[in-house]
Design a protein around this ligand. Structure first.
Ligand SMILES: Nc1nc2c(ncn2[C@@H]2O[C@H](COP(=O)(O)OP(=O)(O)OP(=O)(O)O)[C@@H](O)[C@H]2O)c(=O)[nH]1
Ligand SMILES: [Mg+2]
Length: 319
């Protein structure tokens, strides 16, 4: 196992999150505005807890998580006797941070080659994430191969090539309409022959309710397993943050079919649903490992729960 954030030098990582904080805070304005409204309350009474519950649900934390957070906040308030609503919200922030703490978010990219399979519904950001991740891995000196297992559209293969060219990753592709399993077979064989470090497999978007397409994904997985028994080293579900709680049904279906090892949450820059991360993680027990906060090559990073919570609560200033 290797920490994915070792891929990024520490100062750059901090700077990245500072830059992203404003993007996330801007997008999560709704959260910030509600926080400020709650802060203006004179006391920490029942209405305060109701407002917090509403805040969490409208940020798409989900009702279960919202209830749990409010319950633990009640306890913290009993214990700590915060002087005012602002101090009580600081306790909420701590409870949310605690919920995200302690998960192993490392990418399993120690083996050579490591095979990473990216799956998800149409347009969730799989190809873009592969492009960004390839760039990160190349920067850290790794030999990267991308497999164009989205064979449904010629444009999908071209899109992947453009991304791969930007970072100097090699591409293994077949003709449009080909068998995704065959592409992956060739890609893993090529990676073994060339001693590549990572194989990133781009799959076609599919609805989690389409049985035949889910079976096709499972087949891709079996092809990989047959060549390298411990592979795929990562099976990452790419989810759009704006999908909110609806993403949970998707995530469950993909998890059942593919045994997910991690989640990639994209488009966090364009959503007020900042709580989705917490809800999905709690629901599935699968950690968010990477987040996308834009369309550019640098707009991907390891998920840093502390920085994330800071960004979410930025609207509160010093709280
Ligand atoms: N704002 C924003 N846009 C993103 C992010 N990630 C991806 N996108 C955009 O989302 C759109 C779809 O991205 P793709 O990478 O093509 O999605 P995909 O999952 O490969 O799509 P299919 O292959 O069609 O299933 C593109 O316009 C991307 O630029 C992100 O983190 N933030
Ligand atoms: Mg794609």
């Amino acid at each position: 196992m290797e920490r994915a954030d070792e891929l990024v030098a520490e100062p750059r990582r901090a700077a990245w999150w500072r830059r992203m904080a404003s993007r996330l805070a801007r997008a999560s304005r709704a959260f910030g505005e509600q926080l400020r409204r709650i802060v203006s309350r004179s006391s920490v009474d029942e209405a305060f807890f109701d407002d917090v519950f509403e805040l969490l649900v409208s940020a798409d934390c989900g009702v279960d998580v919202a209830e749990r957070l409010v319950a633990s906040l009640r306890e913290a308030v009993r214990r700590e006797h915060p002087a005012d609503a602002a101090a009580a919200l600081a306790l909420l922030k701590a409870e949310m941070a605690a919920m995200l703490a302690g998960r192993d978010r490392r990418l399993n990219i120690g083996a050579r080659p490591s095979v990473l399979l990216l799956v998800g519904v149409n347009g969730s950001g799989k190809t873009t994430t592969i492009g960004k991740l390839a760039a990160r891995l190349r920067e850290s000196g790794r030999i990267v191969l991308v497999a164009a297992a989205d064979t449904y559209r010629a444009a999908a293969i071209d899109q992947l090539r453009v991304w791969a060219d930007r970072s100097g990753a090699a591409v293994v592709a077949h003709q449009p309409g080909g068998d995704p399993g065959a592409v992956v077979y060739d890609a893993v064989q090529a990676a073994l022959a060339r001693q590549a470090d990572c194989v990133l497999v781009d799959t076609a978007g599919r609805l989690h309710t389409k049985v035949n397409l889910m079976a096709e994904l499972a087949k891709v997985r079996r092809v990989v397993e047959r060549l390298i028994p411990e592979a795929p080293h990562e099976t990452l579900l790419v989810l759009e943050a704006p999908t909110g709680m609806n993403a949970i049904a998707q995530a469950r279906a993909f998890h059942e079919a593919m045994r997910l090892t991690g989640l990639v949450l994209t488009k966090l820059d364009g959503t007020a649903r900042g709580g989705t991360v917490i809800a999905i993680e709690q629901e599935l027990e699968v950690p968010v490992k990477l987040v996308g906060l834009g369309e550019g090559i640098d707009d991907l990073n390891v998920f840093d729960p502390e920085a994330y919570i800071e960004a979410l609560f930025e609207g509160l200033g010093s709280v």
